[in-house]
Design a protein around this ligand. Structure first.
Ligand SMILES: Cc1ncc(COP(=O)(O)O)c(C=O)c1O
Length: 413
């Protein structure tokens, strides 16, 4: 189930990877618990360099949901070309600020978390570091309902829909913001500007239909043709829409930033003159769902090792764990990929199991009880909701072991 056709060079690479990961983990004392997550820093850093190249001088705001490891956020933020965090909850943003990871966090999704809003509006320091995303006056009302004074201004950005407007009123893209027309955006901008205690500082236009959809999946020619047409229609349409919205907002407010894009769209998002920063996260760890984009060469950087605990028969090796299934539309592409050694497949009957996962395929022959099988997750940061630590591999050795959000006792949903 879900076997990837692989070149000889690719297979050799995966055998080498297995040897490298096994040896690095074997060098740890005491032996690490499983599941055992490893990030290959050489690949991670090379991916960061490539993202910066693709952005062509436009700063990259790192999408924290796609990492969920403070040390990795700090590592990438220390590099030239990266600036600020695109967070996924307000509680997370407050924590990243409090712990010194970043003093510039844009929360990419609207929040109604009253406890965190109360904390934000009580802290001038946090309020200066964190920007909330809004697309509705209701989001402003929630802030006002929890704060005790207007003394601390709340920074807000407008999330403007960036879906493709196709013929027949069909919209292709994430269903998020209701702000579609220039008039919609101007009306909310005016509402923010008229309301005491808020500062309108930015705009975000996330074109998920370009940034987050693979367009080079082998064996899916017809589908890829449709995806490519959607992408190539979206980009010029968005340039026009952004320009129109920007021109209208120019008369009202001086913005600090205009965020766009994601790992799959870095170059087209950065090329839009209105855009001042691009977002990217998944392109750093390159999970399974990011293996097939025309816009970049995948360099996987995150692995999770689980042990073979039983051999039900000569054709099957069963590992403990493995059920790290990704969010999104249910499908085989959401399953973890048994990656090293190569030649392993999930079974259609059990797939990735809650406690155990049987594996079949020619790769089984080399597996003994106690061996590790290295999986890749389909999505980027979600893997780290399953482990409390990550081993950071430099060259052939683990240099450091760091906490995930979960390991730091934080889970932001
Ligand atoms: C608002 C927003 N920006 C950017 C991204 C891109 O993140 P990544 O680069 O991890 O795909 C996402 C992903 O869903 C997103 O929701």
């Amino acid at each position: 189930m879900g076997a990837t056709r692989e070149t000889v060079a690719g297979l050799t690479e995966r055998h080498r990877l297995r040897a490298r990961l096994d040896a690095a983990v074997a060098g740890l004392a005491p032996a690490p618990p499983t599941p055992c997550a490893v990030v290959d820093l050489d690949a991670f850093d090379a991916n960061a360099t490539d993202l910066v190249r693709r952005a062509g001088g436009t700063p990259i705001r790192v999408a924290s949901k796609s990492l969920r490891v403070p040390a990795l956020l700090a590592r990438v933020l220390a590099r030239d070309g990266f600036a600020g965090v695109l967070g996924y909850t307000l509680a997370e943003a407050l924590w990243l600020h409090e712990t010194g990871v970043s003093d510039d966090v844009v929360v990419a999704y609207p929040t109604v978390d009253r406890a965190s809003l109360a904390a934000l509006t009580a802290s001038p320091g946090a309020a200066a570091a964190v920007t909330l995303m809004v697309d509705d006056v209701a989001h402003l009302d929630v802030v006002d309902s929890v704060r005790s004074s207007l003394a601390v201004p709340v920074r807000v950005a407008l999330d403007v829909d960036a879906a493709l407007a196709a013929p027949g009123g069909v919209r292709v893209g994430p269903r998020r913001s209701p702000l579609r027309s220039v008039a919609d955006v101007v009306a909310l901008a005016e509402a923010v500007l008229a309301r005491p205690g808020f500062r309108l500082v930015g705009v975000m236009t996330y074109e998920g239909q370009v940034a987050g959809v693979p367009d080079d999946v082998p064996g899916q020619r017809a589908r890829m043709g449709v995806v490519r047409r959607i992408k190539s229609a979206s980009v010029p349409q968005l340039v026009e829409r952004r320009a129109a919205v920007a021109a209208a907002l120019d008369d009202l407010v001086e913005l600090e930033f205009w965020n766009a894009g994601g790992s799959g769209s870095v170059e087209t998002s950065a090329a839009d003159p209105v855009v001042t920063e691009v977002a990217a996260g998944s392109g750093l760890l390159v999970p399974g769902l990011f293996d097939h984009y025309r816009s970049f060469v995948p360099r996987p950087a995150a692995y999770v090792g689980v042990p073979v605990t039983r051999r039900p028969d000569a054709r099957t090796a069963t590992v403990h764990g493995g059920g790290y299934v990704a969010s999104g539309p249910v499908g085989v592409d959401r399953l973890p990929l048994p990656w090293a050694p190569p030649g392993l497949e999930l079974t259609s009957l059990e797939a990735a199991g809650e406690v155990q996962t049987p594996l079949v395929g020619p790769g089984v022959d080399v597996l003994r009880v106690g061996d590790l099988v290295w999986f890749r997750h389909a999505k980027s940061g979600e893997l780290f909701e399953h482990t409390d630590r990550v081993h950071l591999l430099s060259g052939r050795a683990i240099g450091e072991t760091v906490a995930t959000y979960r390991g730091a006792g934080r889970s932001f949903g």
